[in-house]
Design a protein. Structure first.
Length: 162
């Protein structure tokens, strides 16, 4: 597995991976999947790390940091996201991407990491975050409406303070 910085050329594959989650899960509350051009623009404009994982030259997952909130006082806090191609799940790609983000976040000026996890997608993501040192910071009830029903989210946080 090779983890590297994403480039705009990865936009189509990143969009393809993400579209699966938009259509089938609550891992994201997006209801319309962006196309490859939109993802290429997102990669191009990213001010924080945006990574892809390749196996045998094929992109099988991606992860990125994004500002947690636009107000300047939150500038050292980032939300992170990770998505793995359905056919590549269970191979350690998500964990490897998140571990790399953990390593890169301090150099990007990030001090606190936030994960917002759709509860109804099962506890695999929660377990992975716990294993990476995240702690539950709160539960938001019925904040997302997708696939015809209301969904809760769990907030998890990890401090990168020395």
């Amino acid at each position: 597995m090779r983890i590297r910085a994403a480039t705009p050329a990865d936009g189509d594959r990143v969009a393809e991976i993400y579209a699966h989650y938009v259509a089938t899960s609550t891992a994201t509350f997006d209801e319309t999947a962006p196309d490859g051009g939109e993802m290429a623009a997102k990669i191009s404009s990213a001010k924080l790390p945006f990574l892809v994982a390749e196996i045998d030259g094929a992109v099988d997952g991606f992860a990125y940091l994004a500002p947690y909130h636009p107000r300047s006082a939150y500038r050292h806090t980032a939300e992170w996201s990770v998505y793995v191609a359905e056919e590549a799940r269970g191979r350690g790609i998500g964990r490897a991407l998140l571990e790399r983000l953990l390593a890169e976040a301090p150099d990007a000026g990030v001090r606190e990491l936030i994960a917002i996890i759709g509860v109804t997608d099962g506890d695999t993501s929660v377990a992975l975050h716990r294993a990476l040192g995240f702690e539950e910071a709160g539960l938001l009830r019925a904040v997302g409406f997708k696939h015809g029903r209301w969904h809760d989210t769990i907030l998890m946080q990890r401090s990168l303070r020395p």
